[in-house]
Ligand binder design. Sequence first.
Ligand SMILES: Nc1ncnc2c1ncn2[C@@H]1O[C@H](COP(=O)(O)OP(=O)(O)O)[C@@H](O)[C@H]1O
Ligand SMILES: [Mg+2]
Length: 358
Amino acid sequence: MIEFRDVHKYYGDYHALRGITGTIRPGEFFSLLGPSGCGKTTLLRTIAGFEDISSGAVLVDGRDMAGVPANKRPTNMVFQSYAIFPHLSVAQNVGFGLRKDARSTAEKEKAVAEALEMVGLKGYGGRAAHALSGGQRQRVALARALILKPKVLLLDEPLSALDKKMREQMQMELIKLQRQVGITFILVTHDQEEALVMSDRIAVMFEGEIAQLADPETLYRRPGSRKVADFIGTMNFLPAKVLEEGADAVEVDAAGFGRIHIEARQVMGGKTDEGATVGFRPETLTILYEGSAAADRESMATIEEVVYFGDMTYYDVRIDGTDAPVRISMRNVFGRPVLDIGARARVGWSPGALVLFR
Ligand SMILES: Nc1ncnc2c1ncn2[C@@H]1O[C@H](COP(=O)(O)OP(=O)(O)O)[C@@H](O)[C@H]1O
Ligand SMILES: [Mg+2]
């Protein structure tokens, strides 16, 4: 549906996009995720036709977009700053793109009403746009884009101006809306949680390059590099020494864990000067209480920090034989006490949940 072929973009001397290659499938909810300044907006704008590329190609539906102006592309963009017209009514804002449309006034009114219903603003057409809340303005901007029936909707950090609760609500509504209309959504966000929650697939970008393009679970479970692992969620790292290397697995000795057999699919590339490192998510380690089911492997540890969240507790624990604490997240269970700082604990883990970076 959308294909990037070795796309480069220079702003003067500045190399903003450094060889972007990848495909976005029809009907998918796709996110461009990365820290501020990594080139997300620039890449999105190359699809929309607001930005020329320096070399490479952007194809939509197999057609090279070089020289195709923005208004002739099957895409529509919703901007970070909504850009709605405050002096117009909600209906006038939503119907703005239909001004030159040949349809009758009645047909246009029907289209506006449908678009408003789609975004949960049924009956709001007569309201003044300036009197709307932030969340409602965002819905108006969405309706105004959807009414043009684009094949691809481009969303540049559309929820970043909303407070946490409203943002979470709009995330759910956007997912539902995308399923309902079935068109491709491409979302730009710097918020890893937002990307994980909303996307079918995510391109993680750093400094003008795609570091990894995968579905949320793969990004979380098998991040391709330490940098991706660090950007998405929390990951613990422990230094490791490679003992034996086979085609199917690698044997390592990791501080505090002893000898571990790691399957080839859990071994990530991107060799660094730091040497081999074992990585694991906080929930893949468990504190074993009296009567807990046995774990594959066990280590002893000391609790160094306790952060209580109600439903969860985060423990920073020092595994015996290691120099730095690692974080463990535990779901709290009624009747089971939260451990104190300084307590000794048995920690259970499974080699299958570990990733080796090397
Ligand atoms: N029009 C421009 N002229 C010069 N540099 C730009 C321009 N637009 C963006 N940049 C630079 O390109 C880089 C990527 O910007 P952008 O795509 O907006 O990043 P993101 O959306 O990921 O925050 C940034 O360093 C930014 O300063
Ligand atoms: Mg941006």
